[in-house]
Structures are given as C-alpha cells and as structure tokens.
Design a protein around this ligand. Structure first.
Ligand code: ADP
Length: 571
C-alpha cells in the first residue's frame, strides 16, 4: 500500500532516475549473481571480477545519470525563474548552476512564452468561433418561431450584440416608398435618443450602406475622416460596424453595432470589431433577414386588416345613422302631410270659435263671474289648439329662411327678454356669460330666437321649484373644443360660434333621452307640452348649417348646445 501511495504521488526527476536506474542496472546484476551462485560459479575468480566490473560500471553510470538529472532540474528551475529583461526588452542570459550563464536558455524560454500566448489566443478565438456558431444556430432557430416583428428584432439585436461583444446597437428598417431608414430596435442607449432617428437612403453611414449594400467596419469612427461627420453621437466613439440586411438582392434594412467590449488583454481582446465579427454578422443576417421580412409582411397585413375592419365598422355606423335619419325623415314627412290636412280642417273652425267667444264676451252680462270664467277657459283652450296647429304647420311647411350675417349675443339677449316674465314667476335666476367680440354668423335671427325661447321654456318647465338658467356664448377654435366638449366629434375646420343653455332642473331620464327629438314626444301634462318644440328646433338649426345637442350635466340638470359653423374667412 505504501509503495502504491508513493507511486501515485508526484515524484521528482531525481527520484524517478534513481528508481529507473535501480530497475535497469541493479536488478539484472542481482539476477546474474543469483544465477552464478545457483550453478556454483560464484567462487570462480573470473566471475567475481566481472561482477565487480559490472558493479563499478553501474556506480559510474549512476553518478553520471545523477549529474545529468541535476542539470536538467537546474535548467527547468531556470526556465521557471523570472526573466531579467535588459533595456532593449530582450531576455538576458540565465545562469544555470554548473553551466554558468546560457543565452539559449533565455531565448528558449521567450520562445516558449510566445508559443503559450499564441496557444491561448488561438484557444480564445476558437472559443469565440464556437460561441458565434452556437449563437447563429440558436438565433436562426428561434427566429423561425417568433412571428411578432418587435420581439424578433429585440432577439436578433440582443444575440448579435452578445456574440460580437457590442455594447450599443440598433436595427433600422427601410421604408421603400419614402426611401427612409427608421430605427425599429435599439439597445445600449436610452430609447428616446434614437427613437425619432430617420435617415434618407444615401445620407449618413447607414443610409450609404443601405444604398450600396456594402458593409462598413471602422476602427475608430470619431477619428476616421470618411465617417466622423455622419456619425450619430449616441453610438459613442471607437469601433463601428454597419451591415446591410438583405433578402435575396433586396435590402430591407441595416444593423449598427458600436463600442466593443474589451476582452482579455493581449489575447485578441481588442476593443475593435474584427473581420470575423463581420463574417459572423453577414452569415447571421443572411438567415435572419427572411424571418424579419416575413414578420414585417405579417405585421403590415395585420395592420391593413385592422384598418379594413375600422373602415367597415365606420361604414356600418354611417349606414345605421343614415337609416335612422331616413326613418326620422319619413316620420316627419308623414307627420307633415297629416299636419297640413289637419291644419286646413281645424284652423278655420278654430278661428270661427275664437271670433264667436270674443263676440259672446262682449254681449253676455259681465256681472256673472261664472259665465266670464267659462268664456275665458274656452278662449284659452282655443288658443292652445291654435298653437298646436301652428306648430304642426311649422314642422311640415317648407320654411323660407331669411339668412343674414348676424351677431349672436343680441339674439340671445332678445330671447331672454321674451321669457323674462316666466323666469321671474318661476323664481329662476338667469345668468349670462356672453363672450365679447364673437365673429358674426350667417343665420335666420327670428328662427334662432324661436329655438332659444323653446330651450329656455323647457328649462323653466324642468325647474318647478326655481333654479338657475345659465346662457353662455363662446367661440370654438378651428381645432375643436376642449375635452368636455359634447360636440367634440363635429368637425369645424374654420371654427364655430356656440350657445350653451344650462339648467339646474330635473334632467332627462336615460331611457327618454333618445326620444326627445321625436315629434310629439313629451313628458309634460296635456296642455303644457306638444312634443314638437325640440324636433322643430333641431330642424331649424340644421337647415341653417348648425348642430344641436342635448344631454344631462354631471352636476344635475340639462345642457343644450348649438354650434354655428364659421365659413371660410371666419364667418
Ligand atoms: P315639449 O316641451 O312640448 O314637451 P319638446 O320637444 O320641447 O316638447 O321636449 C320634449 C321633451 O324633452 C320634454 O317633454 C321633456 O321631457 C324633455 N326635455 C326637454 N328639455 C328639457 C330640460 N331642459 N329638462 C328636462 N327635460 C327636458
């Protein structure tokens, strides 16, 4: 066991030489002595002399071997010792005990050191190549499985940068129609720096690579006179690669890589990209470009499908609105026809009734209060009936408009005056917020007054316990109203002038809101409402090119809004 332990331990050259000598010189001698004694030859003088001579020779041999082994050991120790480098940088002579200073030993050691560096550098290059081939396989395989363009770009950029040790990188795709390169993925720089970068084909480094299709490898981009002026500062100084990405002979974009990481000093770990990096990129882009192009086509197809869906939805919406308008128009037309007939039939008898009542009020004794009351009630009832008839005629008759360029504020003031009595009686506080210097608008002032009075009357009816009526006029800028504009979707390219009528009344229940513009829709008791006010008002506003909206206010009550679009030149 001891012998085995001894053998398995590292032995020095001396020990090894002694062992070898023992086995190769002494063992045969001992065998010879054993052989001679077995055959009783050992007593012969010749045999004894020859054994002695063999022993002396063995001792000499052993001494010579030991000396040689000692020198080899010294030589090895000398190779291991640090070199005394002279001023010229070449290795000095190395003193070997027993041999003195031997120049060849220093040279031999230098040679071995260089060999070692070469071997390490080759190993590193080999490892780098293996890593690159691994990356190539892995990326190509993954690329075939990722359909999303953005995910694919991120993967390709990350793997590529890792393989060539770039710390900053970007991928730009070519917009063929606009002939522009746009950054679609970036790493190592804040996104915002490169987010808006667009390059025309032919300008800048990437632009030229996309135009000519030749890759560029630069040692130091900042000091290279060919590229320094076109260089984007976000990539920093140092080495730079720009490689085209092509599908067959079509260039679809470029990949930029910059600021290479340092590797092991002195072992190919320079901070410049190498031709091997360029070859690797070339191979990788050849395979990956197809996946990128496919992902891009897929994205474009999805985008087109989405746009198409939106167009279809939009058309569906328009169709529904048009259908609703047609139904409304049909309703109005039939109501109009009906109204015209009724009006003709009822108007004259009503007039006769009214004249009769007036005649009777003069002729009958005035002391009898009950008779007086009956006559007054009859007169009111006939007047109400006449009002309905007039409303019906308004709705049906083709109206003549008297359109003029008018200021809106005086029309609002005049309309408020007309309902002043009702406001006071209903204990309603009217607040005016009329904007100065509104541009005049083309409208029929009498008809708009009629519309406003109707809105005010509705508001007054909605506040039986009193409240607040706020009337505001304002100018809407060409770009549209603010975020809370109820008519935000109404385009007014030249701007508009608007009126808002707010009340603090009951509001309109959600299920009724859709019906308020329907002719004859009313929630008011018989005698108070005809249900024609809003349908006539909206018709009047729209005939003058305006828009009308009514909705509940978040804080309670209702807001009615009318917009009069300004024509070119702000009128
Ligand atoms: P009418 O006033 O004769 O009822 P309109 O067409 O003017 O007819 O109004 C229709 C209905 O709309 C009203 O009956 C009422 O229910 C509702 N409405 C209109 N304006 C308001 C308002 N400011 N507040 C509450 N409800 C309103």
């Amino acid at each position: 066991m001891k012998v085995w332990n001894r053998l398995s331990k590292t032995v020095s050259l001396r020990e090894a030489a002694t062992a070898i000598f023992g086995l190769s010189a002494l063992l045969p001698l001992l065998l010879l002595v054993a052989f001679l004694s077995r055959h009783n030859l050992l007593l012969k003088l010749e045999a004894q002399l020859s054994i002695l001579a063999a022993l002396v020779l063995a001792v000499f041999g052993f001494v010579a071997l030991r000396r040689m082994v000692d020198r080899i050991s010294s030589l090895v120790r000398a190779l291991e010792a640090p070199t005394a480098t002279d001023a010229t940088g070449s290795a000095g002579e190395i003193p070997i005990p027993g041999l003195g200073a031997v120049a060849e030993i220093g040279q031999l050691r230098d040679f071995l050191a260089r060999l070692l560096v070469d071997i390490r550098s080759s190993t590193e290059r080999l490892e780098d190549l293996v890593f690159k081939i691994g990356t190539l396989n892995e990326t190509v395989e993954l690329a075939a499985r990722i359909p999303e363009l953005q995910d694919l770009l991120a993967l390709v950029l990350e793997r590529t940068m890792r393989a060539v040790r770039g710390t900053v990188g970007s991928i730009m795709l070519l917009d063929r129609d606009r002939q522009k390169l746009r950054i679609v993925a970036a790493r190592g720089v804040t996104d915002s720096v490169l987010a808006d970068v667009e390059l025309r084909v032919g300008s800048g480094i990437a632009g030229r690579v996309a135009q000519h299709g030749d890759p560029i490898l630069v040692e130091n981009i900042e000091s290279d006179p060919r590229f320094a002026k076109d260089h984007h500062p976000a990539y920093g100084g140092g080495s730079f690669i720009c490689m085209p990405i092509r599908v067959a002979d079509r260039i679809i974009g470029v990949i930029n890589l910059a600021r290479r990481e340092h590797g092991m000093p002195g072992l190919g770990g320079a901070s410049s990209f190498t031709p091997t990096d360029l070859q690797f990129l070339n191979a990788l882009m050849t395979y990956v470009a197809y996946a990128l192009d496919n992902a891009r086509l897929l994205e474009e197809a999805l985008q087109s499908a989405k746009q198409l869906r939106e167009v279809v939805q939009d058309q569906e919406l328009r169709l529904t609105v048009a259908q609703q308008q047609m139904v409304q128009a049909e309703k109005l037309e039939s109501v109009g026809r009906l109204a015209a007939g009724v009006a003709h039939e009822v108007k004259n008898p009503l007039m006769i009734l009214l004249t009769g009542i007036k005649y009777l009020s003069k002729r009958l004794p005035t002391e009898d209060d009950s008779v007086k009351q009956v006559l007054e009630d009859m007169s009111d009832a006939v007047e109400r009936a006449d009002k309905v008839i007039r409303g019906l005629l308004d709705l049906s008759a083709p109206r003549e408009l008297d359109m003029k360029l008018e200021d809106l504020n005086p029309i609002v003031e005049q309309s408020l005056l007309l309902v002043k009595h009702d406001l006071d009686r209903g204990q309603i506080n009217a607040i005016k917020k009329l904007e100065d210097n509104l541009p005049p608008v083309t409208l029929d002032s009498f008809k708009i007054q009629q519309v406003l009075v109707n809105l005010f009357t509705n508001a007054i009816h909605a506040m039986p316990e009193g409240g607040m009526l706020t009337v505001k006029t304002y100018r809407r800028p060409p770009g549209g109203g603010g975020a809370d504009d109820p008519l935000a979707d109404v385009p007014t390219p030249e701007g508009a002038v608007g009126v808002e009528v707010d009340d603090t009344g009951t509001g309109i229940p959600g299920d009724k809101l859709k019906k308020i513009f329907d002719p004859f829709f009313t929630t008011k008791p018989t005698g108070k409402g005809t249900g024609l006010g809003l349908s006539i008002s909206r018709q009047l506003v729209e005939m003058q090119g305006g828009v009308m909206d009514i909705r509940n206010r978040a804080e309670g009550g209702v807001r009615a809004t009318i917009l009069f679009k300004l024509q070119e030149g702000g009128k």
